[in-house]
Design a protein around this ligand. Structure first.
Ligand code: SF4
Ligand code: SF4
Length: 144
Protein backbone atom coordinates (compact mmCIF):
# COMPACT_ATOMS: atom_id res chain seq x y z
CA UNK A 1 0.00 0.00 0.00
CA UNK A 2 1.84 3.06 -1.21
CA UNK A 3 -1.00 5.51 -0.88
CA UNK A 4 -1.62 7.88 1.98
CA UNK A 5 -4.47 9.73 3.64
CA UNK A 6 -4.01 13.17 5.14
CA UNK A 7 -5.49 12.44 8.57
CA UNK A 8 -5.25 15.95 9.98
CA UNK A 9 -8.59 16.72 11.65
CA UNK A 10 -10.11 13.89 9.63
CA UNK A 11 -12.90 13.30 12.12
CA UNK A 12 -14.00 16.92 12.03
CA UNK A 13 -13.64 16.96 8.24
CA UNK A 14 -15.96 14.00 7.78
CA UNK A 15 -18.46 15.17 10.41
CA UNK A 16 -18.67 18.52 8.62
CA UNK A 17 -19.28 16.85 5.27
CA UNK A 18 -22.29 14.62 5.74
CA UNK A 19 -23.88 16.38 2.80
CA UNK A 20 -20.87 16.58 0.53
CA UNK A 21 -21.64 15.94 -3.13
CA UNK A 22 -18.94 13.21 -3.22
CA UNK A 23 -21.40 10.85 -1.57
CA UNK A 24 -23.69 11.32 -4.58
CA UNK A 25 -20.85 10.44 -6.93
CA UNK A 26 -20.09 7.34 -4.88
CA UNK A 27 -23.72 6.31 -5.07
CA UNK A 28 -23.32 6.14 -8.86
CA UNK A 29 -20.25 3.88 -8.66
CA UNK A 30 -20.54 1.71 -5.56
CA UNK A 31 -22.25 -1.65 -6.14
CA UNK A 32 -22.88 -2.23 -2.42
CA UNK A 33 -21.24 -5.61 -2.96
CA UNK A 34 -19.63 -5.55 0.49
CA UNK A 35 -16.22 -6.75 -0.78
CA UNK A 36 -14.46 -3.96 1.09
CA UNK A 37 -16.06 -5.00 4.37
CA UNK A 38 -15.20 -8.66 3.83
CA UNK A 39 -11.57 -7.82 3.09
CA UNK A 40 -11.11 -5.23 5.84
CA UNK A 41 -9.29 -6.56 8.92
CA UNK A 42 -11.14 -4.23 11.28
CA UNK A 43 -14.74 -4.73 10.07
CA UNK A 44 -16.64 -6.69 12.70
CA UNK A 45 -20.34 -6.39 11.86
CA UNK A 46 -22.37 -9.51 12.37
CA UNK A 47 -25.96 -10.70 12.48
CA UNK A 48 -27.78 -13.42 14.40
CA UNK A 49 -29.90 -16.07 12.67
CA UNK A 50 -32.10 -18.67 14.31
CA UNK A 51 -32.49 -22.01 12.54
CA UNK A 52 -35.00 -24.71 13.49
CA UNK A 53 -35.46 -28.17 12.00
CA UNK A 54 -38.79 -29.40 10.65
CA UNK A 55 -39.64 -31.34 13.83
CA UNK A 56 -39.30 -28.24 15.95
CA UNK A 57 -37.19 -30.21 18.45
CA UNK A 58 -33.91 -28.64 17.53
CA UNK A 59 -32.97 -24.99 17.20
CA UNK A 60 -29.67 -23.29 16.66
CA UNK A 61 -28.61 -19.69 16.91
CA UNK A 62 -25.79 -18.68 14.58
CA UNK A 63 -23.75 -15.53 14.61
CA UNK A 64 -22.66 -14.73 11.07
CA UNK A 65 -20.58 -12.09 9.36
CA UNK A 66 -22.61 -9.25 7.92
CA UNK A 67 -21.85 -6.03 6.12
CA UNK A 68 -23.09 -2.48 6.59
CA UNK A 69 -23.55 -2.41 2.81
CA UNK A 70 -26.58 -4.69 2.93
CA UNK A 71 -30.02 -3.16 3.19
CA UNK A 72 -30.97 -5.64 5.90
CA UNK A 73 -28.14 -4.67 8.20
CA UNK A 74 -29.79 -1.42 9.25
CA UNK A 75 -33.35 -2.75 9.12
CA UNK A 76 -35.24 -1.77 12.25
CA UNK A 77 -38.96 -1.63 12.94
CA UNK A 78 -40.42 -1.32 9.48
CA UNK A 79 -37.54 -0.28 7.29
CA UNK A 80 -33.86 0.28 6.73
CA UNK A 81 -32.38 3.44 8.19
CA UNK A 82 -29.83 3.46 5.38
CA UNK A 83 -31.88 2.75 2.27
CA UNK A 84 -29.49 4.32 -0.25
CA UNK A 85 -26.02 3.21 -1.31
CA UNK A 86 -24.93 6.78 -0.68
CA UNK A 87 -25.85 6.45 2.98
CA UNK A 88 -24.26 3.02 3.31
CA UNK A 89 -20.94 4.01 1.76
CA UNK A 90 -20.90 7.14 3.92
CA UNK A 91 -21.62 5.06 7.02
CA UNK A 92 -18.71 2.75 6.22
CA UNK A 93 -16.16 5.47 5.50
CA UNK A 94 -17.19 7.78 8.33
CA UNK A 95 -17.20 4.88 10.77
CA UNK A 96 -13.70 3.76 9.76
CA UNK A 97 -12.09 7.15 9.83
CA UNK A 98 -14.13 9.22 12.30
CA UNK A 99 -16.63 7.55 14.61
CA UNK A 100 -14.12 4.82 15.53
CA UNK A 101 -12.06 7.60 17.10
CA UNK A 102 -15.00 8.46 19.35
CA UNK A 103 -15.85 4.82 20.06
CA UNK A 104 -12.42 3.27 20.54
CA UNK A 105 -9.94 6.15 20.69
CA UNK A 106 -8.20 4.99 17.52
CA UNK A 107 -8.75 4.89 13.79
CA UNK A 108 -10.72 2.03 12.29
CA UNK A 109 -8.30 1.92 9.37
CA UNK A 110 -4.90 0.25 9.62
CA UNK A 111 -3.90 1.36 6.13
CA UNK A 112 -3.65 -2.09 4.58
CA UNK A 113 -5.31 -1.11 1.29
CA UNK A 114 -7.34 -4.31 0.97
CA UNK A 115 -10.58 -2.41 0.39
CA UNK A 116 -8.92 -0.63 -2.54
CA UNK A 117 -7.55 -3.85 -4.00
CA UNK A 118 -10.81 -5.77 -3.76
CA UNK A 119 -13.27 -3.10 -4.87
CA UNK A 120 -14.59 -4.24 -8.25
CA UNK A 121 -15.16 -0.67 -9.42
CA UNK A 122 -11.90 0.80 -8.15
CA UNK A 123 -13.19 2.96 -5.30
CA UNK A 124 -10.23 4.17 -3.27
CA UNK A 125 -10.87 5.64 0.18
CA UNK A 126 -7.63 7.65 0.01
CA UNK A 127 -8.92 9.43 -3.09
CA UNK A 128 -12.36 9.94 -1.63
CA UNK A 129 -11.09 11.60 1.53
CA UNK A 130 -8.82 13.86 -0.51
CA UNK A 131 -11.67 14.82 -2.82
CA UNK A 132 -13.84 15.74 0.17
CA UNK A 133 -10.96 17.80 1.58
CA UNK A 134 -10.38 19.50 -1.77
CA UNK A 135 -14.06 20.28 -2.26
CA UNK A 136 -14.21 21.95 1.13
CA UNK A 137 -11.16 24.06 0.34
CA UNK A 138 -12.67 24.98 -2.99
CA UNK A 139 -15.89 26.12 -1.34
CA UNK A 140 -13.92 28.24 1.15
CA UNK A 141 -12.04 29.90 -1.72
CA UNK A 142 -15.27 30.57 -3.59
CA UNK A 143 -16.81 32.18 -0.50
CA UNK A 144 -13.77 34.43 0.13
S1 SF4 B 1 -7.31 0.27 4.13
FE1 SF4 B 1 -8.41 0.65 6.05
S2 SF4 B 1 -10.60 0.56 5.50
FE2 SF4 B 1 -9.45 -0.39 3.82
S3 SF4 B 1 -9.39 -2.59 4.27
FE3 SF4 B 1 -7.53 -1.73 5.18
S4 SF4 B 1 -8.09 -1.21 7.30
FE4 SF4 B 1 -10.02 -1.54 6.16
S1 SF4 C 1 -16.02 -3.04 -2.59
FE1 SF4 C 1 -16.37 -1.13 -3.73
S2 SF4 C 1 -18.30 -1.47 -4.84
FE2 SF4 C 1 -18.20 -3.03 -3.21
S3 SF4 C 1 -19.29 -2.09 -1.46
FE3 SF4 C 1 -17.10 -1.61 -1.20
S4 SF4 C 1 -16.84 0.44 -2.15
FE4 SF4 C 1 -18.80 -0.42 -2.89
Amino acid sequence: MGRKIDISEIKELLYRNYDNERWDELEKRCLACGNCTMACPTCFCSKVEDVTDLTGDHAERWREWDSCYTMDFSYIHGGSVRPTIRSRYRQWLVHKLATWLDQFGTSGCVGCGRCVTWCPVGIDLTEEVQLIRDSEKQKETTHD
